[in-house]
Design a protein around this ligand. Sequence first.
Ligand SMILES: [Mn+2]
Length: 383
Amino acid sequence: MRINHINNNGYKQTTGQNLSFKGWRPASLKNKEQIEKICNLLNTAKIRKVSISGHSFPDSDSIGSSFAMAVLLNTKYKTPVDIFISGKLPKKYRFLKGQPGVRVFPLFDDEPNLKRRFGRYDLSISMDTPDSTRMHKDYYRDIFLNSKYRIKIDHHEEPADSDLRIGNYADISLVDTNSVSAAQLVMQFVEPLGINKRHLPRRFNEAVYTGILGDTGYFKRPNVGFARKDTALLIKNGLKTEIVKDLLHPTIPKEIGDFITETTSNVKLSEKKRVVYLHLDDEFQKKLHELNNKDMEYEINNKLKSHIMILGKQLKTEFALIFSKIGENLLKVSARSAEVNILDTAKKYQGGGHENAAGFFIPIKKDVNTHIKEILKEFDELY
Ligand SMILES: [Mn+2]
């Protein structure tokens, strides 16, 4: 099913015009228009049941922005909100739970019964998800498309629609590529909805901050934009930053630490030494599987990502890449760059992301190492 393009005039333009810091209010004229449309829908349509989702392989922003939106709507309208997460909610994010009226459901690989289990939602909101393929496929088909109204809130560049993936998948879209995280966009609804921010539960501040920490790499990435200013506003509103930081850093058991150290010893440099990379091969996947600990799998992946980025900085390489096999047929490539724009390369492979952090998948058609060599060569030649 394909959705009609409705009310989205002009949201593909990504100029920073009218951009100013507003914190609890829309940061630009374009945001204001879309936020007003969304508020109007929330205030006038009969909405008794809301679902919220983020993207597959959820990160801190996907999870944080989903919780922030859920808490905001439930506080204002008392409407029950269900959050759907691809995979099990990693343990360290459990502190975001606890708002009465907000439930959390994991989505596993195959979910044939979503329609029967949950029925039809009046409103489905997608957070931090640039195109339809980044949403859980059964959820997208049975809940999102089946919902009476659909909203997209995101900060990735809008991909051009193709038969495979649809970027313009909602009735109303708030897409602001100037926002460092999707979670910060939720803050911009507070004043337009007439919410007294002091009445928002503590975990609202914490959810937004979780997204900010995730997408700024704890403020270490370039272009942190208004993230610091928004954080200052959250602190003014009662946020205790240390508590969130501690919760997001669970202690890692020794055998897992050893496994991470062992894995990082496989980091390599490309021919032209412009790429530092790590291949998470079959043996790695097997060991990871044997650990049988979903929460730690998540931590291991995060640790490896940050390790390779730090290494890239130390070695002064332009790019840091992680290759990992997903199932039998796909090679996932997660890429970071110091300065070069890698979004176009990711898009070429039907992927997406941001200028300095992007990802894509390659269908495995030959030896995996051959694919890796080709990608490395491409990045080595990218300026
Ligand atoms: Mn994000």
